[in-house]
Design a protein around this ligand. Structure first.
Ligand code: G3I
Length: 375
C-alpha cells in the first residue's frame, strides 16, 4: 500500500517534530545533570561568585547547583583588606581559608579577589600624622607585606588573583590613596610582589566599564608600557556589570580584541545584567516605588529581553573564546546579587541565571541553547 504525497509529508513532519522533541528532552536531561560548565568546557571556564553562606554554612542544594554548573569560584568579600587584614597585626583567615578549601573539595579554579583596591580597606590604613597620609615608603612596605603574606599562604591553591582593582579610568590614574601615597608605581609593585610569592598564579588587572573606548585606551596604553617593563600582568578582568542596553556589544568586543592584542588573556570577572531602571544624573539614590517596578516578579517580556541579552553577550564570548579563559558570574541566584542594593538599597533585581528558588531562568536556557550540540 503506497502513501499519498500529502500523507508522506505529514508523516515526515511528524517524525521531524518527534525527533526534535526527543533531542530537546535528551538535551534538557543532560543539561540538568552536567550543567553549563560541561556545555562550555571547550570554550572557557564558567565561574560564580560565592558569599560566605555558600562555603561556611553549605546547604546540599546550593552546593550541588554550584558544582553542577560552574568550575570556577571567586569570593565576594573574604579577601578584601578590611576583612582579611583588619589591623596591621591582625589577620583573619577564617573566611578565605574556608573558601579555598571549598574550591579544593569541589575541584574548582580558585580566584582570589582582591589584593589592592581603594575600597573596603580598614579605617586608618593610610592615615599618618594629623591629617596627612602615611609616606609612600611606608605604604609600599605595607602593600608588599600584605600581598606577600596572602599569596604565599595560598601558593599553589589559588589559581588566579585579582591583583589590582579599578586603578585607571578614562582619564588615567584614579586619584586614590594608593596613588597619592606611592604614585603610579603601586600597580607594578603589586604585580611583582604577587608574582614573586607565587610564580605560577595567573595575575589579573580587574576593572569595570572596560568597554568604554576612553577607559579601553588608557588601559591598553598602560598594558603596553607594563609589557615593556616586564610587569607580570597575565590577564585583564573585565568585570561586566551590564544592563539590558549597556554597554554596546561592539564596544565590548573591541575591548576584548584590544586587550588580547597586548598579549594578555581576558577574563570576564563579574558578569551580571541589571534589569531595573537606572538613575538619571540629577536623581538621588533614594528608594522610590517607580524605580523598583518588579517586586512581584519580572514580566514575561522582560524575562525574554534578559534572555536575549545574555544570549547576545555569550555569542560575543564564544566568538572570542580564543582570547578568553574564564567567564564569571557575580553570583548564582538573583537573591544574592549586590544589584538588589546598588545603587539603591532594597530593590528586587534579576541580574543572574538562577532565580531566588535556585531554578534556572530563561536567561540560563538561552545561554545553554547556544551550545545545544555540545552535550
Ligand atoms: O556585613 C554587613 C552587614 O553586617 C550589614 O548589616 C549590611 C548593611 O548594609 O552590610 C554588610 O556589609 C556589606 C558587604 O557587602 C557584605 O554583604 C556592605 O554594606 C556592602 O557595601 C558590601 O558590598 C560589596 C561591594 O563590593 C562593596 O563595594 C558586595 O558584597 C560585593 O559584591 C561588591 O563587589 C565588588 C567587587 O569587589 C569589585 N567590583 C565591583 C563589585 C560590585 O560592587
Amino acid at each position: 500500500m503506497s502513501l499519498s504525497r500529502r500523507e508522506l509529508l505529514k508523516t515526515s513532519i511528524g517524525t521531524c517534530l518527534a525527533l526534535s522533541q526527543i533531542k530537546a528532552k535528551v538535551f534538557a536531561s543532560a543539561l540538568s545533570s552536567k550543567g553549563l560548565k560541561a556545555l562550555y568546557k571547550d570554550n572557557f571556564l564558567l565561574g560564580t561568585m560565592l558569599k560566605p553562606e555558600a562555603y561556611l554554612r553549605e546547604t546540599p542544594e546550593f552546593t550541588k547547583l554550584v558544582n553542577t554548573e560552574f568550575n570556577a569560584i571567586v569570593a565576594d568579600n573574604a579577601f578584601k583588606w578590611m576583612n582579611i587584614h583588619p589591623t596591621d597585626e591582625h589577620w583573619d583567615w577564617s573566611y578565605a581559608d574556608e573558601f579555598v578549601k571549598f574550591g579544593e573539595r569541589n575541584n574548582m579554579y580558585n580566584v582570589g579577589h582582591v589584593l589592592v583596591w581603594h575600597s573596603q580597606n580598614p579605617i586608618g590604613l593610610f592615615q599618618g600624622e594629623g591629617s596627612d597620609l602615611k609616606s609612600g615608603d611606608v605604604m609600599l612596605a605595607k602593600l608588599e607585606e600584605h600581598i606577600t603574606t596572602i599569596v604565599t599562604r595560598y601558593k599553589g591553591r589559588i589559581n588566579a588573583w585579582d591583583v589590582v582593582n579599578e586603578a585607571l579610568d578614562g582619564n588615567g590614574w584614579v586619584n586614590n590613596e594608593w596613588y597619592r601615597t606611592i604614585g603610579e608605581d603601586y600597580v607594578a609593585k603589586a604585580f611583582f610582589a604577587a608574582h614573586q610569592a607565587d610564580p605560577e598564579a595567573v595575575l589579573l588587572y580587574n576593572d569595570y566599564n572596560l568597554s568604554s573606548p576612553s577607559r579601553r585606551d588608557v588601559l591598553v596604553d598602560y598594558l603596553s608600557k607594563a609589557k615593556n617593563s616586564g610587569v607580570p600582568i597575565h590577564a585583564v578582568g573585565m568585570q561586566g556589570h551590564f544592563s539590558l542596553d549597556f554597554p554596546n556589544l561592539d564596544d565590548f568586543e573591541e575591548s576584548i580584541e584590544a586587550f588580547a592584542e597586548q598579549g594578555v588573556r581576558v577574563h570576564i570577572s563579574e558578569l551580571d545584567v541589571d534589569v531595573l531602571p537606572g538613575l538619571g544624573p540629577d536623581q538621588f539614590p533614594d528608594y522610590a516605588a517607580e524605580l523598583d517596578p518588579y517586586r512581584d516578579g519580572l514580566s514575561s517580556e522582560l524575562e525574554a529581553k534578559l534572555a536575549q541579552r545574555y544570549s547576545e553577550i555569550f555569542k560575543v564570548l564564544i566568538k572570542h573564546q580564543d582570547k578568553i579563559d574564564r567567564v564569571n558570574l557575580w553570583g548564582t541566584t538573583d537573591g544574592e546579587s549586590w544589584k538588589n542594593d546598588f545603587p539603591i538599597e532594597g530593590r528586587v533585581n534579576y541580574p543572574l541565571l538562577f532565580d531566588r528558588k535556585l531554578e534556572p531562568k530563561a536567561a540560563y536556557r538561552a545561554v545553554a541553547e547556544l551550545k545545544s550540540t555540545a552535550i
